[in-house]
Write a protein that binds this ligand. Structure first.
Ligand code: PLP
Length: 407
């Protein structure tokens, strides 16, 4: 199956004498289409200045480019108020912003914070820190071994006394979508605030903060075909307005006196210091690119690849595939080869140009929950093909032979 989408990504355009790259690590970071790389270049070639500073023409152009990127992000996630879109470095910074600005100020002793066992460390450790500092309790919504969260578990864990629920939309290890809509609804029923980690869903699922009715939502540009170093936090205005700044310094103030200061309006209150305008421009270009492909096509292409990969991997001997056959999956499949450390598997696959991730995937408690300390993960984006999956499986068949196993 040829994939004209893949042709739009310069990293896949090898010379005849070069080994093709089979890139199956998009859950770590996606590749970038040429249009994104060109848009970033264009910004630095023609429009670069420090946004919100210079009143000269170039400064105005940089500000416009940066603020237009905000408008683009707002429309992409269906946020009615663009000033509630805050640029950060990545999902990690966005989650820390919520934890340190909201959590440290509005979670009190004896309160409960609830997250799921599927969380990436960046939506876990900030809540551990908040709970430790405030004397609150951190509770977990458990999934079954296949990654499925039941309605009963949501109801049992999100009860009176819970003040904040933070959950991933899609697991970065198992690729399984959580029942995020039910989690948010239940959080609101008990009067809790709901934060969504959309790092792994944003490339695969059309995000709509209005329909989700989340209170906060975070994602990283670099998993969404954009440059490294730009991320997004969206929040409801009534929450963002009452939260103190996370970082302080230039451009986030209204006025400063010797002993104190007042804060700028949103979004500047949360954007201290010089921002990654080139990254924001790249994120806007990535959104243009995604919208030119369309989520209908993205979902259809990825569904075909994912289902094909799931079936093919299940046929590879001596392979344990983690996660349930049931549920909605996006992007990632986790597995282990019997008797072989995941890092060895990844190294052997690399000899064939197959790029997968191995390790604990920044989800150590989930690893323990599914009964391993580490695993391999192949992850897919819209540029992948069935040939990529075939190359993965062919390479996997060699692993145990390389290491001297008889079968
Ligand atoms: N949340 C999830 C579900 C992730 O998969 C990741 C990264 O893999 C993150 C958060 C952190 O993203 P970043 O490293 O871009 O901050």
């Amino acid at each position: 199956m040829s994939n004209s989408i893949k042709d739009q990504f310069p990293v896949f355009r090898q010379n005849a004498d070069e080994k093709p790259i089979v890139y199956l690590d998009s859950a770590a970071t996606s590749q970038r289409p040429e249009s994104v790389i060109k848009a970033v270049d264009d910004f630095y070639y023609k429009h670069n200045a420090n946004p919100h500073r210079g009143s000269y023409q170039l400064g105005i152009e940089a500000t416009e480019a940066y603020e237009n990127a905000r408008l683009k992000v707002a429309s992409f996630i269906n946020a009615k108020d663009p000033s509630c879109v805050i640029f950060t470095r990545n999902t990690t910074e966005s989650m820390n912003l919520i934890a340190y600005s909201y959590g440290m100020n509005f979670i009190k002793e004896g309160d409960r914070v609830v997250i799921t066992i599927l969380e990436h460390h960046s939506n876990m450790i900030p809540w551990q820190q908040v709970c430790r500092a405030k004397g609150a309790k951190l509770d977990y919504i458990y999934a079954d071994k296949g990654g499925i969260i039941s309605d009963e578990e949501i109801e049992a864990k999100i009860t009176d006394g819970v003040k904040l629920v933070a959950a991933t939309h899609v697991s970065n290890v198992l690729g399984i979508k959580t029942p995020i809509e039910k989690i948010i609804k239940r959080a609101h029923e008990v009067g809790a605030v709901a934060a969504v980690d959309a790092a792994q869903s944003s490339p695969h699922i059309k995000l709509d903060v209005e329909a989700l009715d989340a209170d906060f939502l975070a994602f990283s540009g670099h998993k969404l075909y954009s440059p490294l170093g730009v991320g997004v936090l969206w929040g409801k205005r009534e929450l963002l307005d009452k939260m103190p700044p996370f970082l302080t310094g230039g451009d986030m103030i209204d006025s400063v006196r010797e002993q104190d200061a007042t804060w700028a309006e949103l979004p500047n209150k949360f954007e201290a210091g010089t921002q990654n305008a080139g990254g924001a421009v790249g994120l806007a270009a990535a959104i243009d690119w995604i919208e030119s492909v369309g989520f209908d096509k993205i979902e259809a292409v990825e569904r075909e690849i994912y289902d094909y990969a799931w079936a093919k991997l299940k046929e590879v001997p001596h392979l344990t595939v983690y996660g349930s056959d049931k549920g909605e999956h996006y992007g990632a499949i986790a597995f282990n080869v019997d008797d072989v450390h995941p890092h060895d598997v990844a190294t052997i696959l690399d000899a064939d140009g197959v790029c997968i991730r191995s390790g604990h995937h920044c989800a150590q408690p989930l690893m323990g929950h599914i009964g391993t300390s580490s695993c391999c993960r192949a992850s897919f984006a819209v540029y992948n093909t069935k040939e990529d999956v075939d190359a993965l499986c062919a390479s996997l068949l060699k692993v145990r032979k390389w290491l001297g196993f008889e079968d």
